[in-house]
Design a protein around this ligand. Structure first.
Ligand SMILES: *[C@@H]1O[C@H](CO)[C@@H](O)[C@H](O)[C@H]1NC(C)=O
Ligand SMILES: *[C@@H]1O[C@H](CO)[C@@H](O)[C@H](O)[C@H]1NC(C)=O
Ligand SMILES: *[C@@H]1O[C@H](CO)[C@@H](O)[C@H](O)[C@H]1NC(C)=O
Length: 287
């Protein structure tokens, strides 16, 4: 390197640094959470995570009204990550399904409060190491036949689950499943729901090579048609090990009488977390 060129290099470096700084100043401060979530980076992104697949239809994707300010259990946390549609780990911030359930306006769902509750209540010896990875896959208006093996929704969920565990991404803690409202319109959909759900659990377990994979179903709080009771009965009657039911019936609905309100989603998130923790501690004591 010729010494004579040093000052020029230094000058160029200084100009570059100044340009970068002014660029950063233009970007900062973050205007709001969605800005924060789409651009910030979590130091935990590459840690092994306890992963949860979020699957089903609109009430899993979230249609709860976005409140300002957001309730605390919806705020980003450095140890709650989300697998974006691009398959990159980003800090989770609502709406979690914005880039997955793209045909509708997504709102608040159960997964953020679920994750916050787990961080708060998860019994960990080394608590600071519990990092959660949420893998959104839910799409509004979908019937259970669309989630059968071979269908795009199923294949995409399996591919996203595999991408989530790849490269030391972590291990799957379970699937949170909230679906069935659209299967209450046609009697044939309703009466075949139980068999299709059992098939879905078996296929997921086989494809992910997790024979004991935990699946937490949410018992329907509403339906689009007249056969909600039939689907709810099917959900209750699924009798496979490690398939749980958390019943959302009675939680407050929005004016459309179909979608859970934000208050309901907060409660549901907590209920799902308690169900997971109870399951996990009973499994722990069996080992
Ligand atoms: C947050 O910022 C994004 C982009 O900067 C904007 O599109 C969005 O409307 C803002 N949201 C709120 C609630 O202000
Ligand atoms: C699940 O149970 C295992 C075994 O008891 C325990 O080590 C782990 O911390 C538990 N996970 C959570 C999130 O509580
Ligand atoms: C439910 O039943 C009522 C009364 O029989 C009928 O009018 C309505 O169209 C039904 N709803 C659906 C979605 O099929």
């Amino acid at each position: 390197m010729k010494p004579a060129r040093q000052p020029l290099r230094l000058l160029l470096a200084a100009v570059g640094a100044a340009a970068m700084l002014s660029f950063l100043l233009l970007l900062a401060p973050p205007q709001n959470l969605s800005f924060f979530s789409s651009y910030s980076y979590s130091p935990y992104a590459h840690r092994p995570k306890l992963l949860f697949l979020l699957a089903g239809q609109s009430n899993m994707a979230g249609r709860g009204a976005v409140l300002h300010p957001l309730p605390e259990p919806y705020l980003p946390h450095p140890r709650i990550l989300r697998l974006a549609a691009s398959r990159r780990w980003v800090p989770a911030a609502p709406p979690l399904h914005a880039d997955i359930d793209t045909h509708k306006t997504c709102g608040l769902g159960p997964a953020m409060p679920f994750a916050h509750r787990l961080l708060l209540r998860g019994h960990h010896v080394d608590d600071e190491l519990l990092v959660l990875g949420l893998v959104p896959c839910a799409v509004g208006g979908t019937r259970i036949w669309m989630w059968a093996k071979g269908q795009p929704l199923y294949e995409s969920a399996v591919a996203r689950a595999r991408a989530a565990v790849a490269d030391g991404g972590g291990s799957i803690g379970g699937v949170l499943w909230f679906q069935g409202e659209s299967d209450t319109i046609e009697i044939d959909d309703a009466t075949s729901y139980g068999g299709k759900m059992e098939r879905l659990v078996a296929d997921l377990r086989a494809d992910l090579q997790l024979p004991n994979l935990l699946v937490i179903q949410v018992g329907l709080a509403s339906g689009e048609g007249n056969y909600t009771d039939i689907v709810r009965e099917a959900q209750k009657n699924i009798n496979i090990p490690n398939v749980l039911l958390v019943d959302a019936m009675g939680l407050p609905l929005r004016d459309d009488q179909l979608h859970l309100s934000t208050e309901a989603q907060l409660q549901l998130g907590n209920m799902l977390a308690e169900a997971y923790l109870k399951f996990n501690s009973s499994r722990g004591s069996m080992l």
